[in-house]
Design a protein around this ligand. Structure first.
Ligand code: SAM
Length: 369
């Protein structure tokens, strides 16, 4: 039950030694420009104190939109037959990985729809092994850092992926409220199995990344505050969250008008989530995600100003990008990778943050453990 904490000012709350659920709810409910700026400053200073001001790059390769699942919100869900399905060849992925290394980004993210078949896992293992071998340089003696985002897998397969050389894994809980999780997914996708997968990622030795969508129908600020507490309880090393944006060819398109109407509110909520997560979790890596930029041209810079420290420049070969539209208005569809590299560098430098070129920039939270 939400107990309003209005008697305490945002300033009092953010300076408390330990925040509770009600403090987080009050933070996420802040609306005045003054309160948002106080929150932003606290998050920014927490970031400076615990992890410094560098921004680390992860070149994003959306290597396949083939998906066996039917998440109600997602543009690449299996039942959306308007997508042309693709999987990049090993050569295309390796070429892109080498380009990422040549830009001194030091890390990449391999993301795709979810498949659990052996052909897919062994393909990935082979790709990871080759990336590690072929991206070793004087500046990067261990090759590119590799983050995976390929959904729920068995513990055995998480081990195989880790042993091949992937050392970080992103799997969003989407919502830590099991009832909301059930509303976002068909019955064959259970909340319990998502939790099990998150625990197995951890057991495998990989750094654990999770996160939620922000602003989907039925979600309250109390749910979001509980999400932040969930991140702590699962002991996440990395957080990737972003606004929920309707995709027209999904069952959730009935919310299109409402979603459009709420967009500014959802955007502000996403920035407050980044700040509150930074203040609450302190030393984790937090991504400023592309979906922020879909709403505001300067959204990713704003995410960094609210305490995020990771950017994932789009590096998927351009001819595949329009088939990997998770939501309407996904940005950077037509920019060649070289343009994206310059654009992202300018964006980060415009807010006075240094870029951690040739550094993996692993989660301090993980390294301390
Ligand atoms: N299949 C993997 C998985 O589900 O973890 C990785 C790919 S999945 C497309 C990556 C993320 O996209 C999901 O975790 C989800 O939060 C996000 N996403 C999908 N549809 C979205 C939408 N309409 N708005 C915002 N984010 C969305």
């Amino acid at each position: 039950m939400y107990i309003n904490n209005k008697s305490n000012s945002i300033e009092d709350i953010i300076n408390k030694a330990k925040l509770d659920l009600y403090d987080l709810i009050t933070i996420l409910s802040a609306e005045s420009d003054e309160d948002l700026e106080l929150l932003r400053l606290k998050a920014y200073n927490t970031m400076l104190d615990y992890i410094g001001n560098k921004v680390y790059m992860r070149g994003l390769i959306e290597f396949s939109n083939i998906c066996t699942l039917d998440c109600y919100y997602c543009g690449i869900r299996k039942s959306n037959n308007k997508n042309e399905r693709y999987i990049l060849s090993k050569e295309e992925i390796i070429e892109t990985a080498k380009w990422i290394a040549s830009k001194n980004y030091a890390s990449l993210v391999l993301q795709s729809g979810e498949r659990q078949d052996e052909q897919f896992i062994s393909f990935l293992v082979d790709v990871i092994n080759t990336i590690k071998e072929e991206t070793k340089t004087d500046k990067l003696p261990d090759g590119l850092g590799i983050t995976l985002s390929v959904g729920e897998q068995t513990l055995e397969n998480y081990h195989r992926l880790y042993n091949a050389g992937a050392h970080r894994y992103l799997l969003r809980i989407e919502s830590s409220n099991s009832k909301l999780f059930a509303k976002l997914h068909p019955e064959n996708q259970s909340y319990i199995s998502r939790i099990e997968a998150l625990k197995n990622i951890k057991k495998s030795g990989m750094q654990l990344g999770t996160g939620v969508m922000i602003g989907f129908p039925g979600q309250t600020v109390e749910d979001l505050a509980n999400d932040i507490i969930f991140f702590k309880e699962i002991d996440a090393d990395m957080i990737g969250m972003g606004p929920y944006i309707v995709h027209n060819d999904t069952p959730m398109n009935i919310y299109l008008e409402q979603n459009k109407k709420d967009m500014l509110k959802i955007y502000n909520l996403a920035l407050k989530m980044i700040a509150a997560t930074r203040i609450f979790l302190k030393d984790v890596n937090i991504a400023s995600t592309t979906a922020l930029q879909a709403i505001n041209y300067f959204g990713r810079e704003e995410g960094l100003r609210f305490g995020a420290n990771i950017i994932m420049p789009q590096t998927t070969p351009i001819e595949y990008r329009k088939e990997y539209q998770l939501y309407e208005g996904k940005p950077c569809l037509d920019d060649i990778a070289e343009e994206c590299a310059i654009c992202v560098q300018n964006r980060i430098q415009s807010i006075g943050r240094p870029i951690g070129y040739n550094e993996w920039g692993d989660s301090r939270h993980f390294l301390k453990r």
